[in-house]
Design a protein around this ligand. Structure first.
Ligand code: MLT
Length: 255
């Protein structure tokens, strides 16, 4: 039976990876939601970068790519795109390679990428699909699942914690996992918290720090967009340091 862990900040990505877990990176506002939207709208691949410098260096190697990201939630002046999922329309991203650097999300992805069994990207937008894919991969590779609620600048973030809770609630056999005492306390806490706020999710998350900051900066519609549940089936997976859409039968994950 699969065990389920929840890491409460981005630094936990390396702990999850060292355990060799199937690791789900959850940065609801906004990098996970942006990545899921971009791949759902036909982007070819997303190359995550830790720093602005690294992103620019990657862009020099891939001048055909779109250079994207944020610092303090705002697009760096020379970049093509920011970190608003609403920018990542079909017309803009279809077939494109995107180099993305964000304050916390892409750092956590890179940390997990070092050792994790597999790195997936999750949010409210793809909660059910990422729950099912992570469970399948954990069974196939005989490993456990870690969710990483990335948070902001090393701190806890409510929306990532609840996003992880929504994903945990959608794991196949979740009741057996709980009954078998195979979930750590943080994961259990997220599971019950997500259940408690299911009906007034928006109200609760709007009270959170990052949602408030984004609304003040004029990104109100991003917050609305990122809080929709199960609107995409796409599950981004990290392969050789690049995020692509998970396909059920990629060579090494085939039954
Ligand atoms: C991050 O990775 O820190 C974020 O996605 C910040 C944001 O643009 O809202």
């Amino acid at each position: 039976m699969v065990r389920v862990y929840l890491e409460l900040t981005g630094k936990g990505a390396s702990r999850a990876a060292k355990r060799g877990d199937v690791t789900v990176i959850v940065d609801v506002l906004r990098s996970s939601s942006t990545i899921i939207t971009a791949l759902s709208n036909g982007a070819r691949e997303i190359i995550p970068a830790r720093t602005l410098k690294e992103a620019v260096q990657l862009y020099e190697k891939h001048p055909e790519a779109l250079l994207a990201g944020e610092r303090n939630a705002v697009k760096p002046p020379t970049f093509d795109m920011g970190n608003s999922p609403l920018e990542y329309t079909w017309g803009r991203v279809l077939g494109r390679t995107i180099i993305l650097t964000t304050t916390d999300g892409t750092k956590a992805i890179k940390l997990a990428g070092k050792d994790a069994r597999a790195v997936l990207i999750g949010a409210f937008l793809n909660a059910s699909s990422v729950a099912h894919v992570s469970y399948d991969l954990a069974l196939k590779t005989e490993s456990d699942i870690s969710l990483v609620a990335v948070g902001k600048k090393g701190n806890f973030a409510l929306e990532d914690f609840l996003g992880a809770g929504f994903i945990i609630r959608r794991l196949p056999n979740v009741q057996e996992i709980i009954d078998g005492a195979l979930m750590d306390d943080a994961a259990l806490w997220a599971y019950y918290s997500a259940g408690a706020v299911e009906k007034n999710l928006k109200k609760v998350i709007y009270q959170g720090e990052h949602a408030k900051k984004l609304r003040i900066l004029g990104f109100y519609k991003d917050v609305e967009f990122c809080l929709r549940v199960d609107v995409f089936s796409s599950v981004p997976i990290l392969e050789k340091s690049i995020l692509v859409e998970y396909k059920a039968c990629k060579e090494h994950y085939c039954i």
